[in-house]
Design a protein around this ligand. Sequence first.
Ligand SMILES: Nc1ncnc2c1ncn2[C@@H]1O[C@H](COP(=O)(O)OP(=O)(O)OP(=O)(O)O)[C@@H](O)[C@H]1O
Ligand SMILES: [Mg+2]
Length: 365
Amino acid sequence: MTDYLDIIKAKDVIVCCGTGGVGKTTTAAATALAAARAGRSAVVVTIDPARRLANALGIDRLDNTPRIINGPWPGRLAALMLDTKSTFDEVVTRNAADAAQAERILSNRFYRNISTTLSGTQDYMAVEKLSELHESADWDLVVVDTPPTRDALAFLDAPLLLARLLDNSVYRMLTAPSRGVFKAVNSAAQTMLRQLARVVGADVVDEAVAFFQSFEGMEDGFRSRAMATLDLLADDRTAFVLVASPRGDTLDEARYFLDKLRDSDLSVAAVVVNRMMPPLSTSPERSAEISRLRLRGHLSAAAVSLADHTAAAAGDNQRVASLMDDVGPACLVRIPLLSSDVHDLRGLGEIAEHLTEGSAQVFVE
Ligand SMILES: Nc1ncnc2c1ncn2[C@@H]1O[C@H](COP(=O)(O)OP(=O)(O)OP(=O)(O)O)[C@@H](O)[C@H]1O
Ligand SMILES: [Mg+2]
């Protein structure tokens, strides 16, 4: 039987996924804090954290270097706010044959455009950062937050983004030598490019061709890097944590995520259901009894809200139980809705306690 603390203690990488606004960033940061409390050296890669939380963590600027957060824990805690653009630049520089090739790519206008706007780039750079921190051996645990998306595949597909782009038939046509058997292909490409230039402008096309050509020789490097990253995601030392809320629509989306992970032969180690109704020491039966007492005035209003609250909490529990039926073996953690947003270390500490306290968790087979 595994609980969330076991996951925090045992894993090298924890990926917090889930749909928009459910609490991925909060859970990722609180998980790293819980790890530091358990004596581990943990770093969290956050993506667009709320400004006040970023301020509290000392990471209020995009910055690719982990910032140490000091506090009364035996381990080490650090955080960074992912800077997609400069991570992409680092990846290019690391893979280029020499400084001149790196410079050719980095100064290309088409590159500068796609390195921030191409769909999936943020996910790609999050996994790149995760691999880099994991390989650096400075950290026992790397926790990654994921961008808000409905598409779970964006993250799982992300490592292949550039390898696929460079594998693409258009790329091969553009970079084919204009001699021998390639001549016909290349003249077809030229015709296509001339047509394209009439629509988007010749300089845009020239930049795009120069972009693809400047990657010459780097394709294999990107492909093997992508494979190594996918292996790391599939490794036993990596855990996927699915964050959800007890609301019906986000639980449906959580199911969709589970299916996608399963299609990729990945399973979730834990489901964190965030913003549960805080439990009251009453049951639906007891609150029904109270509402039959014909109370008057304020007491009557209080009895009605108690009944509403208890019914809503019972509904949440039922929906969560039904999700867990579909999950397979995993640890379920319920986090109550706190009375205010989680914007400082105290709030994160409270979430970290809920993540690791035994009573909030059950192991579901
Ligand atoms: N249990 C909780 N109680 C109260 N407020 C919470 C709780 N969990 C998260 N929040 C607040 O909800 C907001 C959204 O949380 P968070 O930023 O972690 O979500 P997210 O899944 O990362 O969102 P996005 O998909 O936009 O990145 C934040 O303001 C956070 O402080
Ligand atoms: Mg977030």
